[in-house]
Write a protein that binds this ligand. Sequence first.
Ligand code: NAD
Ligand code: ZN
Length: 346
Amino acid sequence: MKSLRFDAYKSSPELVETGRPVPGPGEVLLKVAGAGACHSDVAVFTEFDEEFGPAQLRPSFTLGHETSGWVEELGAGVSGFEKGDAYLVYGPTGCGHCRACSRGQDTYCENAATMPYLAIGLGRDGGMAEYVTVPARNLVPLGDADPVAAAPLADAGLTPYHAVKKSLPKLAGGGTYALVIGLGGLGQLAVQIISALTGATVIATDSNPAAMERAATNGALTVDSGPDQAEQIRALTGGRGVDAVFDLVGIAPTIELAMKVVALQGRVTVVGIGNGSYDWNFYGVPYEVELTSTYWGTVEELHEVVDLYRAGKITPQVELFSLDEAPLAYEKLIAGELAGRAVVSP
Ligand code: NAD
Ligand code: ZN
């Protein structure tokens, strides 16, 4: 079968002929329905090397950590799955038995440092292929929902969902405001998730006008990145500021913007891995503002994300690519030319 492989640091991924994988004990072989292209993959193949980046992300492996598919074959000891049923893949793979893993939070596995890989598609072979093997505990049922469009939910849905859930106390009640900075794969779903879970008014910004238009169709008020951007955002909140900011870019200027517009006792969650710095000062920000980062989400939360999808409350906008076009999907992602999350559908 064909697989899109990350084969060497600082080089573009390439389509390679590989053998069809065999599910090990406790694993399920999926025939891939869709695999989303996430901007984090770009960091893996453009920024990391022997010195910088987790050891678990050493080449080579098959990309694709946002995967859906149909059950094809069961490994030893696995039961309760029907061939042909559709599932979404929870990517993170912890040890499975520490406290964090026992609550479904493999992202914060206490034994992560000694694990051979971070996730399916991040160290372990992922979904940019015709078939992928997955531990049975990482499978979330999709029922009769479209599995191809569901693929981005595994990360572009789950990551903002986790961040929004942690910010819910800030967005409760009426008259609250949320700001989403960066309206790509994650950002478009962040706008929809905030609207699905809260009564907050959503403000959205992106350096790309087309991305802002898409967010506006999902009900967000948009502000472009002009010189008086912070003033404009504050004005939309009646001067009070934003209760919860989600920065899906994470470079110094976007964190700075977030901290400029956040309300007293508000919360800023940096999701984007732009690795920007911020010079905190006691007098520089309103009292009790929280500035935090986040990483992906829990398997239980992925079940909740699928519930929202099946109820029609969130819908990933996708641009489809064949497996042969998978390199092009990443090229368009890097160039900012996508009209939705790129999903490779073999
Ligand atoms: P994407 O490329 O689909 O979207 C990024 C968006 O940000 C684009 O619309 C782009 O125009 C916009 N943008 C870029 N620079 C900007 C700026 N200075 N101001 C305003 N907008 C700007 O990327 P994505 O896949 O949605 O990922 C977003 C970020 O989240 C990436 O950094 C990715 O690595 C990160 N990520 C983090 C986690 C996590 O667990 N923390 C999980 C997945 C992705
Ligand atoms: Zn663990």
